[in-house]
Design a protein. Structure first.
Lengths: 117, 195
């Protein structure tokens, strides 16, 4: 599964398309702030379920991965299946290219010093 | 209505059509909320523990988003930036979200789950909300996100009556998004499909 997933993001994503796809996430997430979901600034390299100030599910705290292109690609395919018990009640981003685009955007935006002080 | 209406004159035609359509949208959205709310959610049947847990998770995610929308419209209403009748519209939309939240919380309880509580602070970007359009644009962002959230919930809800109820809420959120876009002088329905 991870090998298949990694092939999708390795093919390259378009951050501009990813920014449009990220609009789907904004009912629950923001880059800067914890809301219904945890904030995304600093996402890459962060251990899953570790952000202070956000009340994660027990399942996410125990997930045991560090967020990177590969782990995000795997999780975003089907959050409820990959981490049963996660609070993220969402079908996932099924299209590999859309995931690649979204991850490409997240990699830029979550490390942007203007947004993520 | 031709799309060129929005592009040719971004203020007067948009405002006029926005206001003239207000009553129809009020009736329609309210009807959807009433018909698709508790009545359908009350039809929730039995399901296995795992699928029920997933449905609870999905409904609680939606409930959290609804609570956030309620708080956002409250912020907008209290900002002093919204002028009538836009203020009335914001309060009306907030009322829809309250109805959604109430129905979702009851459904979670009916499934044996615990409804999530609203956050104490949503850290909204208050410093960036300096005009009525800023508030409307922020609300439109949340409404678009809500449409996507429900679109991501409908296909994975195990209980089909719950999926129908979620779909009807999706329709209401999409109407909010369209009206807000039109008020902003944007094409209210930019695509044939939502995502």
């Amino acid at each position: 599964m991870l090998l298949v997933s990694s092939a999708a993001w390795a093919a390259g994503g378009d951050p501009a398309r990813g920014e449009a796809i990220y609009q789907r996430c904004l009912a629950c997430h923001s880059l800067e702030h914890n809301r219904v979901g945890p904030r995304h600034c600093g996402l890459f390299g962060r251990h899953a379920g570790s952000l202070s100030g956000y009340a994660y599910s027990t399942a996410m705290k125990k997930y045991g991965v560090t967020w990177n292109e590969e782990t995000l690609d795997h999780f975003l395919q089907n959050p409820l299946k990959v981490v049963p018990g996660t609070k993220m009640g969402y079908a996932g981003v099924k299209d590999p290219q859309e995931r690649a685009d979204l991850i490409s955007y997240l990699k830029q935006a979550t490390s942007d010093p203007k947004t993520c002080e | 209505m031709p799309i060129t209406t929005f592009q040719a004159d971004p203020i007067k035609p948009v405002r006029r059509s926005f206001l003239s359509g207000f009553g129809k949208i009020t009736l329609s959205a309210t009807a959807v909320a009433l018909l698709a709310g508790q009545d359908r959610l009350a039809l929730v049947g039995s399901a296995s523990a795992q699928t029920t847990n997933n449905d609870v998770t999905i409904l609680n995610s939606a409930l959290g988003a609804e609570q956030q929308a309620i708080a956002a419209y409250q912020l907008g209403a209290e900002s002093g930036l919204l002028q009538k009748p836009v203020l009335d519209l914001a309060v009306q939309f907030q009322g829809h979200h309250k109805q959604h939240a109430d129905a979702l919380a009851k459904a979670v309880q009916k499934l044996g789950g615990k409804p999530v509580a609203p956050l104490k602070d949503y850290s909204f970007p208050k410093d960036k909300l300096k005009s009525q359009n800023d508030v409307l644009a922020f609300a439109a962002t949340l409404e678009k996100g809500a449409v996507s959230a429900y679109l991501g919930a409908v296909p994975i809800l195990t209980d089909r009556e719950l999926a129908k109820a979620a779909a009807s809420i999706l329709g209401d959120e999409a109407m909010h998004w369209a009206v807000l876009r039109q008020a902003l002088g944007q094409n209210p329905v930019p695509d044939a499909f939502v995502s």
